[in-house]
Design a protein around this ligand. Structure first.
Ligand code: NI
Length: 172
């Protein structure tokens, strides 16, 4: 398995739309494994292929706690087929926006459909943190970041901080 470099915002790559995969073949399942490795190493609870520069509709998620066994979910072509009217507000962060956190409101429960690492169609429900995380990752596949759910004022503050951070890191 390979740890892939994660693209940090602001970067035009993060604004691009991913395209569906035809099938989960060995290339895509390898990408899923590498993305999991990258996510665990970061560490994070979700990663979209866009964040490692691959414009394919592939997402990995694992919200299990450190002291528990890993519970990875690998998704190709994920689609939200239903979302609840009830919403929940969670503090979100993103591996592409290091050290930035904001409260974001999203539907509390979702039903989704995807193809798993074994190329099988899966239908499942998610709620709470898992639902938030999946919606966040699916946004990435459309070129949407969690800061796009904020007012432009708040978004610009975060983007300015990220630009500064990037400059600092380039110097060191
Ligand atoms: Ni993210």
């Amino acid at each position: 398995m390979t740890v892939l470099p994660i693209i940090i915002a602001p970067d035009p790559m993060l604004r691009k739309k991913a395209t569906p995969v035809r099938t989960v073949d060995s290339e895509i399942s390898q990408l899923m494994k590498d993305m999991l490795e990258t996510m665990y190493r970061a560490p994070g609870i979700g990663l979209a292929a866009t964040q490692v520069g691959v414009l394919k509709r592939v997402v990995v998620v694992d919200i299990s706690k450190k002291e528990q066994l890993n519970e990875p979910i690998c998704m190709a072509n994920p689609e939200i087929v239903w979302s609840s009217k009830e919403e929940v507000t969670c503090e979100e962060g993103c591996l592409s926006l290091p050290e930035q956190y904001s409260e974001i409101t999203r539907p509390d429960r979702i039903k989704l459909r995807y193809i798993n690492e074994n190329n099988e169609k899966v239908d499942r429900e998610a709620s709470g943190l898992l639902a938030t995380c999946i919606q966040h990752e699916l946004d990435h596949l459309q070129g949407i970041l969690f800061i796009d759910h904020l007012s432009s004022l708040k978004r610009n503050i975060i983007l300015r901080r990220l630009k500064k951070l990037k400059k600092l890191n380039a110097k060191s």
